[in-house]
Design a protein around this ligand. Sequence first.
Ligand code: FAD
Ligand code: FES
Length: 334
Amino acid sequence: MAQLTIQHGPTERTIAVTPDLPLLDQILAQGVDLPYSCRRGDCGLCAVSLTAGNLAPHEPSQAFRRHDDYLLCNCRLAADAPASIARPWFPELAGIAARRSPCKINALRRLGPDVMEVTLRLPPTTPFHYLPGQHIRLTNAQQVTRSYSLAAPPDADRLLRIHVREVEGGAFSDYLFQRAQTNDLLQLEGPFGHFFLRQRFADRRLIFLATGTGIAPVLALLLALKENKTPPPSPIRVYWGNRTAGQAYLHGTLHALQAEMGFDYQALFSRESGGARDPDDPRHVQQLLTEPAALVDAVVYAAGSAAMVEDARTHCLRLGLAADAFIADPFTPS
Ligand SMILES: Cc1cc2nc3c(=O)[nH]c(=O)nc-3n(C[C@H](O)[C@H](O)[C@H](O)COP(=O)(O)OP(=O)(O)OC[C@H]3O[C@@H](n4cnc5c(N)ncnc54)[C@H](O)[C@@H]3O)c2cc1C
Ligand code: FES
């Protein structure tokens, strides 16, 4: 066993770990609350920086580094020697702590042919604080657990809203679309994630990229901005990609918000075949950012398919965006 020190802003905790097992498993087993989702090096939620010692991949076929960071789900100590890691720390998260609570389905409402809005009700005495853009984990009676982004800022009615797309053969979405009933009991954990508006980037121009239900956390951020007394610099850009126009279930809502808030909104359809379509037209949201000038003094928030998010990250960094100005929320399948 060796000592692992975990720094998190002003706090520090040291635990004993073995080099034989992934660090994430050992840290969680010792009651330290850490964000994670996929547990296989895809989502990036468990990324930390290494401040002392050495780490090695636990499973060589999976990613254990992301840029300068280490992915705890696939890292182990390189030797039986002490190490120190630093978790990302954000002042915005002061007072926000993940918790577990039962919750009930308050309502199920179709927003489109394959998207359901699920409204969740917490027990009246359970406080639940989150930042717009964060996500929760839900577990149903069959013990299937999945992550979903909250689609609205905290509201006086204390209801939580998520948008779920139906996935063919999907364990959780199939339950929600075929069998779920109002008042079904679920277990909720959260809030999690770093997809929230950064205070230190308040004077930057905002670019939102989303695919599919990735628009849910972006909607939460837009609604939070609408409530803000101090609007960010213009123009805000919102680029939303779907396979077909029929899947763009929030088109009307976004048009209405666009009229109210004056942002630049474009919807793209990657599989729509229109006779008059220019073959050079971009079909993917990240292709709309072609000029380095568009990214000067900007911060990019990208949510939805993991492929889009990683492609957009590579694209934006190549155009000169600083790595910390790209804020990602990849919807990595479990
Ligand atoms: C941080 C985070 C936030 C998320 N937020 C949302 C959200 O707001 N709304 C939402 O709908 N989903 C969201 N997801 C995805 C969600 O957690 C589930 O992965 C998704 O609902 C599918 O779960 P399932 O149980 O229905 O399918 P599963 O049983 O997990 O999958 C069934 C099969 O479909 C494949 N599959 C899963 N997802 C997809 C996909 N998108 N496209 C193609 N194939 C797929 C799987 O690989 C598997 O083969 C989020 C994921 C993360 C990590
Ligand atoms: S939990 Fe480690 S990368 Fe997803």
